[in-house]
Design a protein around this ligand. Structure first.
Ligand code: ADE
Length: 227
């Protein structure tokens, strides 16, 4: 899989892709990430990427020319399954969407800033808008990092067996069960006996029961109708 990201703040994306699981996924060649500075496509003396909104009002708007030039340049090099704009207006990201996007080959993500991008970019180039929640971030970079993390960790080989994405919360519309590690007793609080029993089928049954209990308590809306 390859993901290209267009941003005015490339440094903001260095750390999420330069650490831990995403770093390893890149090193193993399981995902290629291209981070592109929109300013490199700006022309004119000041290399501006934003301008005042027609009609007035507070806030700058990301200009159509540098964005169009950037998107067209990247599209001339490969065919993208989707051109995504990270925006609070978009479809809300969930696990099902992350699963679907993990099957794609090439994605192009545009991170917005200021008051948003010139509407003509959305009309002519964007094929999907994705939101990570009902709140407004200062820009799309952190949202893009969240989206990419949720997708990339699902690619085969990114996680090892013990941390397999199949046992994640949400993967079967259930939250994850409680987990414990040593010591077996901490300030009088004991780890459930079943987890120390070595009886794998019973441990699995306990985990499932706890996952159902936790989901009913904390996120009843997630449960499938037949559960
Ligand atoms: N950009 C600003 N806010 C956002 C959000 N909630 N989701 C995705 N992109 C955004």
């Amino acid at each position: 899989m390859r993901i290209d990201i267009l941003t005015v703040l490339p440094k903001l994306l260095e750390s999420p892709f330069g650490d831990s699981i995403l770093k390893r996924a890149r090193e193993k060649g399981l995902v290629e990430i291209g981070i592109h500075n929109i300013r490199d496509y700006a022309t004119g003396k000041h290399k501006s990427v934003d301008d005042y909104a027609f009609g007035g009002g507070a806030g700058m708007v990301m200009m159509v020319e540098p964005l169009a030039a950037a998107i067209e340049d990247l599209k001339s090099k490969r065919k993208y399954d989707e051109v995504i704009y990270m925006s609070p207006d978009g479809e809300m990201l969930d696990q099902k969407m992350a699963n679907q996007y993990s099957l794609k080959k090439n994605l192009l993500i545009l991170c917005g800033h200021y008051k948003g991008v010139d509407e003509r970019i959305r009309q002519h180039f964007i094929t999907k808008e994705i939101s990570i929640g009902n709140y407004v971030l200062s820009g799309g970079e952190l949202a893009a990092a969240v989206f990419c993390d949720a997708v990339i960790r699902l690619l085969p080989g990114v996680l090892n067996d013990e941390t397999s994405a199949l046992s994640d919360s949400f993967q079967d519309d259930l939250l994850a069960p409680p987990v414990y590690t040593r010591p077996a007793v901490f300030r009088g609080m004991k780890v459930p006996d079943i987890l120390l029993s070595g009886n794998t089928p019973e441990v699995e049954q306990w985990r499932h029961d706890e996952a159902v209990k936790r989901t009913k308590e904390k996120r009843p809306g997630l449960m499938k109708k037949d559960e």
